[in-house]
Design a protein around this ligand. Structure first.
Ligand SMILES: Nc1ncnc2c1ncn2[C@@H]1O[C@H](COP(=O)(O)OP(=O)(O)OP(=O)(O)O)[C@@H](O)[C@H]1O
Ligand SMILES: [Mg+2]
Length: 269
C-alpha cells in the first residue's frame, strides 16, 4: 500500500520544500521507493532545488490535459522520483484540479511513499494538496505567528481525517521571543519529530539546485534528515564515516566545474 505524506505548514517560507526534498532523498537513500510531488503549482520551486527545472512534462501539463503523469516523473538526486510542478504562468490557466484524483489513482500502487510538497496557507490549492494525503508532517519555525498558523492547518487536516505524524521545527535558533519545544508541543498538541537548526549552508544549496542530503552527507543537518527518514519507516540509521574530500580533489572539481549530479528521465514504470 502506498503511503501518501503531505508536508504542510500554515505560514509560507518555513521550509516545506526544503524538508520535502531532503526527506524524500533521505528515504530514497534508505532504499525506499519514494516519489516527491510538487503540488505548489502556483509558486513551484521544488524543481529548482533538485536541479530539475525546464523539464518538458510537468504536473501543470498533466493537470491541463496535455500529458500523462508517467511522462512527468523524473529521477532526482539519490534516486528519488520527482514530479515537478512546472514554472510556466500561461499554463496555469488551463489547469483543472479535478484531474488530480486520476493522477493519484495512476501513481498509487507504483511507489511505496508519495511525499507531497504543499503550498502554504489554507486556500484552494493548499486544501487540494492535503486531500490525497493519509498522513501529514507539519513544518513550523519557532515563531509565534508560524505556530498559530500551523495550528489552523492541523485542525483542518484532522477534520479531513489525516493522521498527523508530528511537527518538524525548522530554522531553530535561540531568541528570547521564540517558543521552546515544550511550548510548541503544548500549543499544537502534536509531538515534535525533529528540530532542524538554522543552517546557512541549506540556503546556498537551495540556491544552486544541489540538495543538502546528497551534497553534504556528513553534515549534522543531513544526519537529521536521515534520522527522520529512518524513524518514518522504522529503520535503523547509523551515520557512515564519510571520508572528507581532499582539498586537492575539491580544488580540481572547482576548476573543471564538475557537476556532481545529473538528472535523467525515468522511462515509465
Ligand atoms: N534550516 C534552515 N536554515 C536556513 N535556511 C533555511 C532552512 N530551511 C529552509 N531555509 C531557507 O528558507 C527559504 C524558504 O524555504 P522553503 O522554500 O523550503 O520554504 P517553504 O515553506 O517551502 O516556502 P513556500 O511556503 O514559499 O513554499 C529557502 O531560502 C531555504 O533555503
Ligand atoms: Mg515551498
Amino acid at each position: 500500500m502506498t503511503r501518501v505524506i503531505a508536508i504542510a505548514s500554515g505560514k509560507g517560507g518555513v521550509g516545506k520544500t526544503t524538508v520535502a526534498a531532503n526527506l524524500g532523498i533521505a528515504l530514497s537513500l534508505l532504499e525506499e521507493d519514494v516519489l516527491i510531488m510538487d503540488m505548489d503549482i502556483k509558486m513551484a520551486n521544488l524543481e529548482l532545488i533538485v536541479g530539475l527545472e525546464g523539464k518538458k512534462a510537468t504536473l501543470q501539463d498533466v493537470l491541463s490535459g496535455k500529458d500523462n503523469i508517467y511522462n512527468a516523473v523524473y529521477e532526482g538526486p539519490g534516486g528519488v522520483q520527482i514530479v515537478p510542478a512546472g514554472l510556466s504562468l500561461p499554463n496555469l490557466k488551463k489547469v483543472k484540479r479535478s484531474r488530480m484524483e486520476q493522477v493519484f489513482e495512476d501513481l498509487i500502487g507504483n511507489v511505496d511513499i508519495i511525499i507531497i510538497d504543499s503550498p502554504a496557507g489554507l486556500e484552494r490549492d493548499a486544501l487540494a494538496a492535503m486531500s490525497p494525503a493519509d498522513e501529514m508532517i507539519l513544518v513550523t519555525t519557532p515563531e509565534v505567528t508560524s505556530i498559530t498558523d500551523t495550528l489552523k492547518t492541523k485542525l483542518i487536516a484532522e477534520r479531513m481525517d489525516i493522521d498527523i505524524l508530528g511537527v518538524v521545527v525548522n530554522r531553530n535558533q535561540y531568541y528570547e521571543e521564540f517558543l521552546t519545544p515544550d511550548e510548541i508541543e503544548s500549543i499544537l498538541e502534536v509531538p515534535i519529530i525533529t528540530i532542524i537548526p538554522e543552517d546557512d549552508e541549506l540556503i546556498s544549496f537551495f540556491a544552486y539546485g544541489t540538495p543538502f542530503t546528497v551534497e553534504e552527507p556528513e553534515s549534522p543537518t543531513s544526519n537529521i534528515f536521515m534520522e527522520l527518514a529512518a524513524y518514518l519507516v522504522d529503520k535503523e540509521y547509523y551515520q557512515p564515516d564519510v571520508p572528507k574530500e581532499s582539498f586537492i580533489s575539491k580544488f580540481i572539481d572547482g576548476i573543471l566545474g564538475n557537476i556532481p549530479f545529473k538528472a535523467k528521465k525515468i522511462k515509465g514504470y
